[in-house]
Design a binder for this molecule. Structure first.
Ligand code: ZN
Length: 103
């Protein structure tokens, strides 16, 4: 069974200089605008970044983008994230042309 609500940060992919454009990427494809940090108990709305994550309990090893505060982005533990949050594929080509979304 897939558990989408647990993710781990893949910090080596995201650097700070590109993280704001990754947040824009997430906003564009998630259609979610009231943005909090994706961590379930975190109410941070400021200084969010687009973080690269993988599903923690899944054979799916694709990279996804979610909004996280800087503190949670730096976390090395598995994060419990908001159930309703959209995970946006980090691969811009795949996300922008949905034909390849068969995975
Ligand atoms: Zn947070």
């Amino acid at each position: 069974m897939e558990n989408m609500a647990h993710v781990k940060c893949i910090n080596e992919v995201t650097n700070i200089s590109s993280s704001e454009s990754w947040l824009d990427h997430w906003k564009k494809h998630s259609n979610q605008y009231n943005i909090y940090c994706a961590e379930k108990n975190c109410m941070t709305t400021t200084e969010l970044v687009g973080a690269h994550v993988q599903k923690a309990v899944s054979a799916d090893d694709q990279l996804y983008i979610i909004p996280l505060c800087r503190e949670h982005k730096a976390s090395e533990t598995v994060l419990d994230i908001i159930d309703s949050l959209s995970l946006v594929l980090a691969n811009k080509n795949e996300t922008c042309s949905m034909e390849k979304s068969a995975f």
